[in-house]
Design a protein around this ligand. Structure first.
Ligand SMILES: [Zn+2]
Length: 348
């Protein structure tokens, strides 16, 4: 509990199931849900949708923005919200109770970057920048990460925002499952003149693969143990594998291979799922499946994003395709139908 005071918490294992004290949890594993009618396989299931990032006027700040010439700018936070809205309709039709962790292109946290200037300065000094500069020069400034501006913004849009979302999930929404919705990207360089690539891939993340440095933090150790004891892992890994298989089938994407194995570990059986210790996968106190399909700056995906949302199929780079948003929402839905139909049994 405290290294300096040498104060320890000892976790003891119960001698039998009668002595067992379970970690309190508000989510329900699939096998504890009542069996469902065949056409409502998600009935009663509480699903929280967490569209990644903020989008809108925040997209540039969170570095989830690029623009090719005069085309419509690509903003990850807007794409994920579009997918979440389509997905919500599909899941509700199947009987799920759907809530949104973010439902507009605005932060859920009440804080703003300026609230973190003093903290940002202290962090920079602690990390060996004795006199941090206040402002970033421009988007290509190589020293931008050493400025109070950049640090206070990241404290706002990443740490404060995700902790606020976690409070919402854990204290108010109490879902059985959180789906974190993202789009992936390869390095695009200058956002005003981005590199487009042929690479396109899919992967999903579950919590795990903690680094030694991360386990130095009391709160990270605590959350890891709490997750292990509440047995979220088995549920979220099976869910992730099933959803990944449906997404791979419907998108035709190959699995992503991380360039290093420092912070990730391949898990499960689908070939598409990795364990990684992200803030959201760690802090939400229920199974969390974190989706990372589609490279936004791949030539194919860029063209599909520019085409926007539409019904039916259209010819994109010579192939008849659904709108990318519907393909995303439909494939996640199909994965959930498959998982819950099997796990909870059919009532009729
Ligand atoms: Zn993202």
């Amino acid at each position: 509990m405290n290294r300096d005071a040498q104060k320890f918490f000892t976790l003891r294992f119960a001698t039998g199931t009668k002595e067992q004290k379970l970690v309190p949890r508000l989510w329900r594993p699939a096998k504890f849900l009542q069996s469902a009618e065949r056409n409502k396989p998600l009935s009663g299931l509480r699903i929280a949708l967490d569209p990644g990032h903020l989008g809108g006027s925040w997209a540039k700040m969170e570095e989830r923005w690029f623009q090719v010439g005069e085309s419509k700018p690509v903003q990850e936070g807007d794409l994920t919200l579009c997918v979440a809205r389509l997905l919500a309709t599909r899941l509700r039709d199947l009987g799920a109770k759907v809530s949104f962790v973010r439902s507009a292109d605005e932060p859920t946290t009440g804080k703003r970057p300026d609230d973190f200037r003093e903290l940002a300065r202290k962090i920079l000094i602690k990390n060996g920048v004795p006199q941090p500069r206040a402002e970033v020069l421009d988007s290509t400034d190589p020293e931008k990460e050493k400025t109070i501006r950049w640090q206070s913004e990241i404290l706002f849009y990443r740490y404060s925002e995700i902790r606020r979302r976690a409070a919402l999930v854990n204290l108010k929404l109490h879902p059985d499952l959180v789906l974190c919705l993202h789009f992936n990207a390869e390095g695009w360089g200058d956002p005003n003149s981005p590199m487009l690539t042929d690479a396109n891939h899919l992967h999903l993340l579950v919590n795990g693969s903690y680094l030694a440095d991360e386990l130095e933090f009391d709160d990270e150790r605590f959350e890891m143990i709490r997750r292990l004891l509440s047995r979220t892992y088995g549920e979220e890994l099976s869910l992730a594998d099933t959803i990944a298989t449906a997404m791979a089938r419907e998108s035709g994407l190959p699995p992503y291979a991380y360039p290093t194995t420092n912070s990730t570990t391949k898990v499960g059986t689908s070939g598409y799922v990795y364990a990684r210790n992200l803030l959201a996968t760690r802090l939400y106190r229920c199974p969390v499946v974190y989706c990372e399909p589609y490279v936004m700056n791949s030539k194919d995906v860029f063209a599909r994003i520019q085409a926007g949302d539409y019904e039916g199929t259209r010819n994109i780079n010579g192939v008849e395709r659904k709108s990318i948003f519907r393909e995303y929402a439909d494939s996640v839905t199909d994965g959930l139908i498959e998982y819950y139909s099997k796990a909870r049994g059919s009532g009729d």
